[in-house]
Design a protein around this ligand. Structure first.
Ligand code: PLP
Length: 442
C-alpha cells in the first residue's frame, strides 16, 4: 500500500495550533454549539491512518470520523471513481430515472450480507435514515407497530432513531416528544451484568413478553457489537437465543451494522462472529470510503412488502456515492482488507490487551478487528470513570492522537482506526495514551 502522507505522527505546533484556534473562533460565531466537537483540531487532508491539520501537524487517527474511513483517508481509488462519476452524472434520482450503479451496489450488498436467500436493498443517505426505513419496512411486513432496541444502543439522531437510542444525554435531552411504540429492552453486557448469553437472552425475552408481547413486536434491532454504547460484545449464545425467539414469533431480526459492518471487525459484517442470520441489515458508515450512503438489505419478502413509492428520498443512492461504494468494495477485496482488520486485531491484542492488568484505571479491554474499547473505572472498583476518559482523550488529542469516547456512562475509550494502520502507529498511539492511563491509575 502506498500513501500520500508519511504514516507517522509529527507535531510542528502545539495542538490545537494557531490556525486551528483562529478557525475555532470563527466556528463559535457561525456554527451551532449543538454540533459539539471532540478535538478542536481543524483537518486539511489525510491518507491511510494519518490526518494532517491546518497547521501541518500529522496526527494518528484512531477514530476514522466514527468508523467511516475504514479503508484509509481519501483513498485514491475512491477519489478517482467519485471524480469520474462527478463529471458524468451527479443526480438522476433512482425513483425517477434509474442508473446501473445503484443496482450494482444492491447486488453487491446481497452478496456480502449474511444469508443464503433472495435479497433486496434500498439505498438512502445516512445511517439514521436506514434505521428509519427498516422500521417502516418491518412494520409494513408484520402489520405490527412495536419496535424494540437494546439497552446501550445507538441507532441515530433523527426523531425516531433518537427514541431508539439509549442515552438521554446528550443525544435526547430536551428534544422530545418522541414517537411511541418504541421499547428499550435489557441487553447482554458481560462486564456489567456477568450473565451468560442464554441467561441474558432469557432476561431480554422475558422483558419483551411482559412489557410488549411477542405477537405485538414488529422488529428487534441489535448492534451485533455496540459502538457508541461502549464496544459491547454480548456473551456467547445471546444473539442465537434472541434470533430463535424472533423466528418463532414472526419478529423481524434487524442487525444494525452501520458502525461494525463493512470489514471493520475482520468480517464483512460483525453478526458473522455469531451463529445468526439477520432478516434485515442496515449498512452505512464505512460503505463508501467517506461519501454519504446507507442501505437496508434483507429478505426479499420483507423488503418487497412495501408498496412502490413507500420508501425513497431525493438524494438516496446518489451516483457519486454509489460509484464511491463500488470502488470501496473493490479495494476491500483486492487489498484483502478483511484480513487486514484481523491483523489489526492481533496488533491491538498484543499491544493493549493487557491494559487491565497494567493500569488499575482500566477495567476491561475488548474488541474485534479494528473496533476496540477500554472500559475506564475508578481504580479498584467497577465504577465508571468519565473523568479519566476525558483526561485520556484530552491528553491524546494534545499529543496528536485522535481517540473516541463511548459508553452509557461516558467511560469507554473507543478505537475505530483504519484497517491499514501499521503496528508502529498502534504502538506510538498506545504509548501516548498510556502516559495518561498511568497518571489516572496513580
Ligand atoms: C452512526 C450510527 C447510526 C446513525 O448513522 P448516521 O449516519 O449518523 O445517521 C446508526 N446506528 C449505528 C450503530 C451507528 O453507529
Amino acid at each position: 500500500m502506498s500513501f500520500s502522507v508519511p504514516q507517522s505522527r509529527n507535531l510542528v505546533t502545539e495542538l490545537p495550533g494557531p490556525r486551528s484556534r483562529e478557525l475555532l473562533e470563527r466556528r463559535r460565531r457561525a456554527v451551532s454549539r449543538g454540533a459539539g466537537t471532540l478535538a478542536d483540531i481543524f483537518m486539511d487532508h489525510g491518507s491511510g491512518a494519518i490526518l494532517v491539520d491546518v497547521d501541518g501537524n500529522r496526527v494518528i487517527d484512531l477514530g476514522c470520523g466514527i468508523g467511516v474511513t475504514t479503508i484509509g483517508h481519501a483513498h485514491p481509488d475512491v477519489a478517482a471513481a467519485a471524480s469520474a462519476q462527478a463529471s458524468k452524472l451527479t443526480h438522476a434520482l433512482f425513483t425517477v430515472t434509474p442508473y446501473e450503479d445503484y443496482v450494482r451496489v444492491a447486488e453487491k450488498l446481497a452478496e456480502i450480507t449474511p444469508g443464503d436467500f433472495e435479497k433486496r436493498s434500498i439505498l438512502v443517505n445516512s445511517g439514521a435514515e436506514a434505521v428509519e426505513n427498516a422500521v417502516k419496512i418491518a412494520r409494513k411486513h408484520t402489520g405490527r407497530r412495536a419496535i424494540a432496541s437494546l439497552d446501550h444502543a445507538f441507532h441515530g439522531r433523527t426523531n425516531l432513531t433518537m427514541a431508539m437510542t439509549y442515552r438521554p444525554w446528550p443525544e435526547r435531552a430536551g428534544m422530545g416528544p418522541f414517537p411511541g411504540e418504541l421499547y428499550s429492552v435489557p441487553s447482554s453486557y458481560p462486564f456489567k451484568d456477568g450473565l451468560s448469553g442464554p441467561d441474558a437472552a432469557a432476561r431480554t425475552i422475558d422483558y419483551v413478553v411482559t412489557h410488549i408481547g411477542a405477537s405485538e413486536l414488529a422488529a428487534l434491532f441489535v448492534e451485533p457489537i455496540q459502538g457508541d454504547g461502549g464496544v459491547v460484545i454480548p456473551a456467547d449464545g445471546y444473539f442465537e437465543a434472541l434470533a430463535e425467539f424472533c423466528a418463532a414469533h414472526g419478529i423481524v431480526f434487524v442487525a444494525d451494522e452501520i458502525q461494525a459492518g463493512i470489514a471493520r471487525t475482520g468480517a464483512w459484517y460483525s453478526i458473522e462472529h455469531f451463529d445468526v442470520v439477520p432478516d434485515l441489515v442496515t449498512t452505512a458508515k464505512g460503505i463508501a470510503g467517506g461519501f454519504p450512503l446507507a442501505a437496508v438489505t434483507g429478505r426479499a419478502e420483507i423488503m418487497d412488502a412495501v408498496q412502490p413509492g413507500g420508501i425513497g428520498g431525493t438524494f438516496g443512492g446518489n451516483p457519486v456515492s454509489t460509484a464511491a461504494a463500488l470502488a470501496t468494495f473493490e479495494v476491500i477485496e483486492r487489498d484483502g482488507l478483511i484480513a487486514e482488520a484481523q491483523r489489526v486485531e492481533r496488533a491491538f491484542t498484543a499491544r493493549i490487551g493487557d491494559w487491565a492488568d497494567r493500569f488499575p484505571v482500566v477495567g476491561e479491554v475488548r474488541g474485534r478487528g479494528a473496533m476496540w474499547g477500554a472500559e475506564l473505572v475508578v481504580p479498584g472498583t467497577r465504577t465508571p470513570n468519565p473523568g479519566a476518559l476525558k483526561a485520556v482523550i484530552g491528553h491524546a488529542a494534545a499529543n496528536g492522537v485522535i481517540v473516541l469516547d463511548a459508553g452509557s456512562w461516558d467511560s469507554v475509550l473507543r478505537f475505530l482506526p483504519s484497517v491499514v494502520i501499521s503496528e508502529e502507529l498502534v504502538d506510538d498511539a498506545a504509548s501516548v495514551i498510556e502516559e495518561e492511563l498511568a497518571r489516572q491509575s496513580g
